[in-house]
Design a binder for this molecule. Structure first.
Ligand code: PGA
Length: 253
C-alpha cells in the first residue's frame, strides 16, 4: 500500500492566541482543496484547545510538540498523553532536536514517551538527526542507528506502524541549510533498512519517514519526490499559511 505523505507544521514557541487561530483557519481553508496528502499542525500546548476547535472535522489534524510519559500525578508543569487526546490530538512530536540538545532529552526518556503516546492512542512523530560535527566526522548513519535503536526500543510491529519517523539533520533546522535530496534520501533509505532488519520488508514499506530542516516551498518538491521521503516536518515555513501550503503542493500522491 502506498504511503500517504504527511506534512506537519511545528509551530514551536511562536504566535499568540489570535495569530494561532488565524493561521489554523487559513490552513483549514486552503486544505479543503487538497487531497491525497495528510496535513497536521502542532501549536504550543496552550493553543491546542483553540486551534483544535478550528481544525476539528477538517482535513487538518492536530498534533502536540511534546508530552510527559507518566499518565498523571505530581509532575508539575508536565502534560500527559491522555490530556493531548482529550484536546483532539492525533500526533505528538517526540525527541525533537531542540528538546534533545537544549533541554537534554535522552533516547531513553524519548522511548518512554513513545510507549506512553502509543498506549494512549497517539501517533508519535519521532525525530532523529545528526549534528554538523557528527556529519563531518562521518558518523551520520551511526548516530541515526543509535537514535533509532534507543528512541524506538521495544515496539511491536503493530505499534511501529503507528509511528512516524522524522529525519531532521540538526545543522539544517532553522538555518536555511537544507539537506540535498540525495543526503536526505541516503538517511531515509538507511532508516527503512533498519526497519526491515528489525521487523520485515512489509512493515518497512508501510512506515512513514518525514524529512525536516529548512523545508520551504522552493525546495519541497525535490525532497518530497525522493522514494523514501514521505512528508515533511516544517518549522519556520509553517508559520505562514501560504508557505506551508506551498510545501504541501510539492507532495507526491
Ligand atoms: P525549520 O524547522 O523548518 O525551521 O528548519 C524544522 C523543525 O525543527 O521541525
Amino acid at each position: 500500500m502506498a504511503r500517504v505523505q504527511l506534512i506537519a507544521g511545528n509551530w514551536k514557541m511562536n504566535l499568540d492566541r489570535a495569530a494561532a487561530v488565524a493561521l489554523a483557519k487559513a490552513v483549514v481553508e486552503q486544505a479543503a482543496s487538497v487531497s491525497g496528502v495528510e496535513l497536521a499542525v502542532c501549536p504550543p500546548f496552550v493553543y491546542l484547545d483553540c486551534v483544535g476547535k478550528v481544525v476539528a472535522g477538517s482535513a487538518v489534524a492536530l498534533g502536540a510538540q511534546n508530552m510527559y510519559h507518566q499518565p498523571n500525578g505530581a509532575y508539575t508543569g508536565e502534560v500527559s498523553a491522555s490530556m493531548l487526546c482529550d484536546l483532539g490530538c492525533k500526533y505528538v512530536i517526540l525527541g525533537h532536536s531542540e528538546r534533545r540538545h537544549i533541554l537534554g532529552e535522552t533516547d531513553q526518556q524519548i522511548n518512554k514517551k513513545v510507549h506512553a503516546a502509543l498506549a494512549a492512542g497517539l501517533s508519535p512523530i519521532v525525530c532523529v538527526g545528526e549534528t554538523l560535527e557528527e556529519r563531518e566526522a562521518g558518523r551520520t548513519l551511526a548516530v541515526i542507528r543509535e537514535q533509532f535503536e534507543g528512541s524506538l526500543a521495544g515496539l511491536s510491529a503493530e505499534q511501529m506502524q503507528k509511528v512516524v519517523i522524522a529525519y531532521e539533520p540538526v545543522w539544517a533546522i532553522g538555518t536555511g541549510k537544507v539537506a540535498t535530496p540525495q543526503q536526505a534520501q541516503e538517511v531515509h533509505g538507511e532508516l527503512r533498512k533498519l526497519l526491515a532488519e528489525r521487523y520485515n520488508h512489509q512493515l518497512a514499506e508501510a512506515v512513514r519517514i518525514q524529512y525536516g530542516g529548512s523545508v520551504k516551498p522552493e525546495n519541497a518538491a525535490e525532497l518530497l519526490q525522493q522514494p523514501d521521503i514521505d512528508g515533511a516536518l516544517v518549522g519556520g515555513a509553517s508559520l505562514k499559511a501560504d508557505q506551508f501550503m506551498g510545501i504541501v503542493a510539492g507532495a507526491k500522491f
